[in-house]
Design a protein around this ligand. Structure first.
Ligand SMILES: Cc1cc2nc3c(=O)[nH]c(=O)nc-3n(C[C@H](O)[C@H](O)[C@H](O)COP(=O)(O)O)c2cc1C
Length: 157
């Protein structure tokens, strides 16, 4: 199957939108917009995320051994675009973040978040599947930002 066909088909699977972030051992933090986030296990509490091996954040997750996932709200399309499109080193400028348990940055705007220690990682084609043990998390009010057929949207009221 051609990559464009694959993308076109998978774009029909509606997803939530998150910012996955890790500290950069050389200083600062790196993050990217990620829709490939799945709840994996209840006991222990595990999630999995799929990260392109070419991503600048990928090596930071490996080296820091930790990452945070911030679930974006319906009003935060601009954050989704920023973390997918802006130069990697400028993405956190002016964005409210805080460290939780692992020290990885959690976005203040998140409607939900998990802070994870890397529990396992597996090769998955050109991506790596990072399994994170959830050490802390939080839930806030707010409707989710969703992604479908290449467009951002919100749930119908
Ligand atoms: C809605 C949306 C979902 C995305 N989901 C993923 C994903 O699950 N995994 C991934 O590696 N990249 C994903 N991306 C692409 C990255 O956000 C994008 O390539 C980013 O620029 C990578 O940044 P970096 O290379 O500086 O780390 C997604 C992009 C968008 C817009």
């Amino acid at each position: 199957m051609q990559p464009d066909d694959f993308r076109n088909i998978l774009s029909r699977l509606v997803t939530g939108v998150t910012v996955l972030a890790a500290n950069d051992p050389r200083g600062g933090a790196r993050g990217l917009t990620v829709s490939a986030v799945t709840a994996l296990s209840l006991e222990p509490p595990l999630v999995l995320v799929c990260v392109d091996r070419a991503s600048a954040t990928h090596d930071c997750i490996e080296r820091a051994g930790a990452f945070a996932v911030s679930f974006l709200g319906a009003a935060d399309e601009a954050l989704a675009r920023r973390f997918a499109e802006d130069p990697s080193e400028a993405r956190f400028e002016g964005v409210g973040v805080r460290p939780e348990v692992t020290g990885a940055p959690v976005l203040d705007a998140a409607i939900g978040w998990v802070d994870c220690r890397v529990w396992a990682s597996y090769a998955g084609g050109d991506h790596t599947i990072f399994v994170g043990e959830v050490l802390a998390g939080g839930a806030d009010v707010g409707d989710p930002l969703v992604h479908f057929r290449g467009r951002y949207g919100r749930l119908a009221p």
